[in-house]
Ligand binder design. Structure first.
Ligand code: NDP
Length: 332
């Protein structure tokens, strides 16, 4: 029988965590054989709410779920963890400027980076969901120098899932018939959802998505802006940001990191840039990756059109600016 692994979720009293915790406890992320000790971190005013979440976790009566520890102390939450879902982040309040938001989050992810460095397993897999996710991930990694940079990732999987679903609807096929759509760059409105390398499985065989859609105007404009603005569209309708789909995407990201990608398929993850595709190093940039034995590699040598190149430039410039702002905050 497998030993339990320790898994932390931050922002554990929040909306995304509410859907994510069930998946972790049910075995859909780390597998049906892997017992889990859950560490639930939130801020002190949320501990009462967190007690309610703990009660519900008990009431799930799921055999894989062993210890559950609700806490506001990073030292306890990050102790010995093999996987970390960093969901909690300071939300943007009305009238708040981007740099105020960044400053608040720099502090949160500094503290959590330090706690990971001190207490977590050195092979811990860190997934940052809380926004601005890419920049939070680079800060977190910076404060955890004893953990390899590769172990810090940011979520763009919800964007990938949205792109895949949108292409499937356009081509009137089931969603799993669409493969290898890419999200490049920042998890923000500058991201570039790219269908140039995507394929669709039809009864006549596997075909390139662009030639099946045969409408560059739609692909370059409507498709891109639909995905970029989907989060805002959900907020407008639900009056709250996407939670169920964000949690499902977080599970998809971690499961693929844990168990690997399928042959011939890649997924998009925000990872520390190694200079691939001319992206400056040391920003967390979403690239297509292939994963094997719990290690990912950035897919190399995909042809990049001039149009795509211009989109990559915009999103990488934004990430460099965010990193510079974060560095300013840290110097103070
Ligand atoms: P959610 O659980 O809905 O969202 C959490 C974070 O995920 C937000 O930063 C949100 O960004 C982000 N996010 C990233 N990608 C997506 C996406 N595609 N769709 C939607 N959200 C996305 O927020 P709640 O307010 O319900 O819960 C947050 C919890 O975190 C609270 O309980 C709070 O107390 C806690 N918290 C914990 C901290 C800690 O543990 N130290 C620190 C700060 C907060 P966006 O805001 O842009 O939607």
């Amino acid at each position: 029988h497998a030993e339990p692994i320790d898994v932390v979720v931050t922002g554990a009293a929040g909306q995304i965590a509410y859907s994510l915790l069930y998946q972790i406890a049910a075995g859909t992320i780390f597998g049906p054989q892997q017992p889990i000790n859950l560490r639930l971190l939130d801020i002190p005013p949320m501990l009462k709410v967190l007690d309610g979440v703990v009660m519900e976790l008990e009431d799930l009566a799921l055999p894989l779920l062993r210890e559950v520890l609700p806490t506001a102390e990073p030292a306890k939450a990050f102790n010995n963890v093999a996987a970390a879902f960093l969901v909690g982040a300071m939300p943007r309040k009305e009238g708040m400027e981007r740099k105020d938001l960044l400053a608040a989050n720099v502090e949160i992810f500094k503290v959590q980076g330090e706690a990971l460095d001190k207490y977590a397993r050195k092979d811990v897999k860190v997934l940052v969901v809380g926004n601005p996710a890419n920049t939070n991930a680079i800060i977190c990694s910076h404060y955890a120098p004893s953990i390899p940079k590769e172990n810090f990732t940011a979520m763009t999987r919800l964007d990938q899932n949205r792109a895949q679903a949108t292409l499937a609807a356009k081509l009137n096929v089931q969603v799993d018939k669409i493969k290898n759509v890419i999200i490049w760059g920042n998890h923000s409105s500058t991201q570039y959802p790219d269908a140039a390398h995507a394929t669709v499985t039809l009864s006549s065989g596997v075909k390139p998505v662009p030639s099946e859609i045969n409408d560059d105007e739609w692909l370059n404009n409507i498709f891109v802006s639909t995905i970029q603005k989907r989060g805002a569209a959900v907020i407008a309708a639900r009056k709250m940001s996407s939670a169920m789909s964000a949690a499902k995407a977080a599970g998809d990201h971690m499961r693929d990191w844990w168990f690997g990608t399928k042959p011939g398929e890649w997924v998009s993850m925000g990872v520390v840039s190694d200079g691939s595709y001319g992206i400056s190093k040391d920003v967390v940039f979403s690239f297509p990756v292939i994963i094997k034995d719990k290690h990912y590699e950035i897919v190399q040598n995909l042809p990049i059109s001039d149009f795509a190149k211009s989109k990559l430039d915009i999103t990488s410039k934004e990430l460099e600016e965010e990193r510079a702002e974060a560095n300013n905050v840290l110097k103070k």
